[in-house]
Design a protein around this ligand. Structure first.
Ligand code: LIP
Length: 277
């Protein structure tokens, strides 16, 4: 019920602010860095610590709820199935590479899904003190003030965010660079911020017009997608189909009129890449 969701929201908000202190206190100092999937995929003791605090706190309060947390999943390498049960999807530190380099774009991302639908989304950057929030049907907010996505409807008028670090992965490098070329030759500008969750929020607040990347995981996007949609923006699968939180391939935009142009741009870029091979 709404009342239960209100309670969940208040509870998780407090817990998020509390555990974010760890990120704020640790960002400038030395860290123990390990790699996961590859040299570009970093994790620190702080990712694990923040996730542990969040999940332990939530389990105690909501013992029947389920959890999908980045660092818990990476221990087993098994992505749990999303069921209809209330499920918290958690990224303790999104933008770990930024965190490691003390680049201040890093955040906690938490979403609550019920019946596979996002009800609560929180993305909190404790370094720059940006708290993005959304509840389904109730709008999106930055530090308590309503936000709205941009109404730019052409790529040539757009500020576009993409992910660059995947170009270090040989198998997908050509595709990534092909798409990069397509965007960079048309858009007003290209930015690569290094935190998917925050970048989605930048589209939600109208600071960027487009965000594109494949190869993400549910915890990178679960909160941000609700925040964009509640801010009036639009998120689809890169192919143009419906967006799937459990297999996120992201085309996010402030204005849905951009969708056909973006889908076609990516499609043509991929065709060109395959011909070059
Ligand atoms: C990261 C993302 C980042 C993306 C990385 C990674 P993490 O999340 O938000 O934007 O490029 O692949 O998934 O690992 O720092 O939580």
């Amino acid at each position: 019920s709404q009342k239960e969701l209100d309670y969940c929201y208040d509870f998780v908000m407090k817990l998020t602010i509390e555990s974010a202190k760890i990120i704020r206190d640790a960002i400038q100092g030395g860290k123990n860095i390990e790699t996961k999937a590859g040299d570009w995929d970093l994790v620190t003791e702080y990712d694990k610590k923040v996730e542990q605090i969040l999940i332990e706190g939530l389990v105690k309060e909501f013992p029947t709820h389920k959890f999908i947390g980045e660092e818990t999943v990476s221990k087993t390498n098994i992505l749990p199935e999303l069921t209809n049960a209330p499920t918290w999807i958690i990224d303790p530190i999104d933008g770990t590479t930024n965190f490691v380099h003390a680049f201040p774009h890093t955040c906690i991302s938490i979403a609550l899904l019920v019946n596979q639908e996002s009800e609560i989304g929180i993305v909190y950057n404790p370094v720059l003190e940006q708290m993005f929030t959304a509840r389904r049907g109730r709008g999106a907010y930055l530090n308590g003030k309503p936000i709205k996505s941009s109404d730019v409807f052409e790529l040539r008028q757009s500020l576009v965010c993409i992910e660059a670090s995947y170009a270090t992965i040989e198998d997908i490098r050509d595709i990534i660079l092909g798409r990069f070329e397509a965007f960079v030759t048309i858009a007003h500008g290209i930015r690569t911020l290094g935190s998917a969750a925050l970048t989605l929020c930048y589209v939600a607040m109208g600071a960027a017009d487009v965000y594109h990347t494949d190869n993400l995981m549910p915890w990178d996007v679960a909160a941000g997608v609700l925040i964009i949609r509640e801010a009036g923006g639009h998120v689809i699968d890169t192919s143009g189909g419906d967006f799937n939180i459990m297999k996120p391939r992201v085309l996010a935009m402030g204005n849905r009129k951009l969708a056909p142009e973006l889908v076609e741009l990516v499609r043509l870029a991929d065709v060109k890449t395959h011909r070059r091979r």
